[in-house]
Design a protein around this ligand. Sequence first.
Ligand code: FDP
Length: 332
Amino acid sequence: MDQVITIERHILEQQKRYPKATGALTGILYDIALVGKLIARETIRAGLEDILGLTGARNIQGEEVAKLDRYANAAIVRLNQFTGRLAAMASEEIPDLIPIPDRYPTGRYVLVFDPLDGSSNIDYSVSIGTIFSILRRKSPKGEPATLQDCLQPGRDIVAAGYVLYGPSTMMVYSAGNGVHGFTLDHTVGEFLLTHPEIQIPAKPKFYSVNQGYEHYWPREIQEYTNHLQRQNLSLRYIGSLVADFHRNLLGGGIFYYPADTRDPSKPHGKLRLLYEAAPLAFLAVQAGGAASDGTQPILDIQPTELHQRTPLFIGSKDLVELGEAFIRGEMP
Ligand code: FDP
């Protein structure tokens, strides 16, 4: 490594591009890096301490809440609620908007996050991650934030990213000027720039989908998958969106989670628009890729609910567009 660049320095350099910046966005990104280190510390100790397993509760999605999920959610809320930078937060784990308590000042941004994506993998020591996006509030400053502050299309995201807890801990983010990846050096406790200006490779290597559900897919998705197999792509599916996305971001490929007929209560697939699909779509586009729900760019979707689901096709642009073509019935 020629030059050692910490995430703090990198974020600060990015801020200098905007002479009018107040430093609030920079502060939020710092805090996410910090909370990422705290969560990484807990994931490393999982198994040694009583932190594996389920809490016995179910979240808004009806999914079982793992203890680490609960820890990660509480850590993010606690660290961000008193800084005066945020007007509100929204989390996968919490049914409604998370207001900033009256005793603390409020700011110009909202933070939307999935504290621990892929959490059904925790007990098996498989990579998991925290996904986030930061938006400018729409409601007037000084008044309580509203749900509409969070219900903004991905095009309005100011910054987004994730922290991946894998063999190494990485933070990948974009504030609209490329995608940059940092690896946590545990010996000094710093995220160091290891992957500047990430671009999805032109030649894709992987396709990633839960092929166990193939029989529940519409015919065009089955045909699309058969087509990808004939392109000599390797199948890689971790079952942790953030880890699957990260691999394909660096290696090239597509991840998709289409709508299927397994569960009639989930006609739009499983993944959540606001804190899974939209932030990753923002990164994919910044890295020269694309993200679609099969008919339109993810970034164009106007959310109507906090926990709304969407089909997702994300990664290499050509493969995303090919998926859309199959869905329109235009097979090559
Ligand atoms: P998980 O249920 O473990 O939290 O969004 C949830 C998610 O994981 C994604 O991270 C992952 O890509 C997907 O669900 C896996 O779902 P399947 O088990 O249905 O493949």
